[in-house]
Design a binder for this molecule. Structure first.
Ligand SMILES: Nc1ncnc2c1ncn2[C@@H]1O[C@H](COP(=O)(O)OP(=O)(O)OP(=O)(O)O)[C@@H](O)[C@H]1O
Ligand SMILES: [Mg+2]
Length: 191
């Protein structure tokens, strides 16, 4: 959590290997990846990180299933296995019946569930969710948070950015970002 412009998305981009820190080291699963080149980072990103965004970032001309298959295309997985795993992931998020729909014919909550299925297919160690409920109503937000909680309980680490305390309450730990610095609740000005 933290004010607009404090650096939350920047932090997520660094954790997600979409951006490189200007100083310091980044240790992921015991490996210093600060020195990796673009190709090395792309591999880490594809294999270890799943992304979920406020605006879903689904490709409009692809069906839900094709959207979910994409990270596996980049990972070089065969068509048959891609289809199987996409179907599994969509069933897991409760969208087995909507696999062949285009994003435009899905509700916001359904789109976000497709995005979560897409984030899961390569079995990442971390899912990064930057304001995943920012474009959703309260009830839909609750179903998305219930789903993320379930995935977390099954063993996936989830780092989530939110402006809403009710959403932060779902997590085990809240970290504050202020002017580019991280701080635990105990050290924030709210005390
Ligand atoms: N590519 C960039 N180059 C230089 N500065 C940037 C870049 N992207 C963001 N910034 C700046 O870095 C700071 C942190 O931005 P960031 O997007 O991480 O904030 P945020 O905490 O995610 O804010 P919000 O809650 O509005 O999403 C801001 O001052 C922003 O203007
Ligand atoms: Mg942001």
């Amino acid at each position: 959590m933290g004010p607009s412009g404090s650096g939350k998305s920047t932090l997520m981009n660094i954790i997600g290997c979409l951006d490189a820190p200007s100083s310091g080291r980044y240790i992921l699963r015991g490996e210093d990846i600060s020195s990796y080149d673009d190709e090395g980072l792309a591999k880490v990103r594809n294999q270890q990180i799943g992304f979920v965004f406020q605006q879903f970032h689904l490709l409009p001309r692809l069906t839900a299933k094709k959207n979910v298959e994409l990270p596996m295309v980049y990972a070089g997985i065969s068509k048959k296995e891609r289809e199987e795993r996409a179907e599994q992931a969509l069933s897991r998020v409760g969208l087995a019946e909507r696999m062949d729909y285009l994003p435009n014919s899905l509700s916001g909550g359904q789109k976000q569930r497709v995005a979560i299925a897409r984030s899961l297919v390569n079995e990442p160690s971390i899912i990064l969710a930057d304001e995943p409920t920012g474009a959703l109503d309260t009830k839909t937000s609750e179903t998305i948070m219930a789903l993320l909680t379930e995935l977390n309980q099954a063993g996936t680490t989830i780092a989530l950015v939110t402006h809403e305390p009710e959403i932060a309450d779902y997590t085990q730990r809240t970290i504050y970002v202020r002017d580019g610095q991280l701080m635990d609740r105990a050290h924030s000005e709210r005390g």
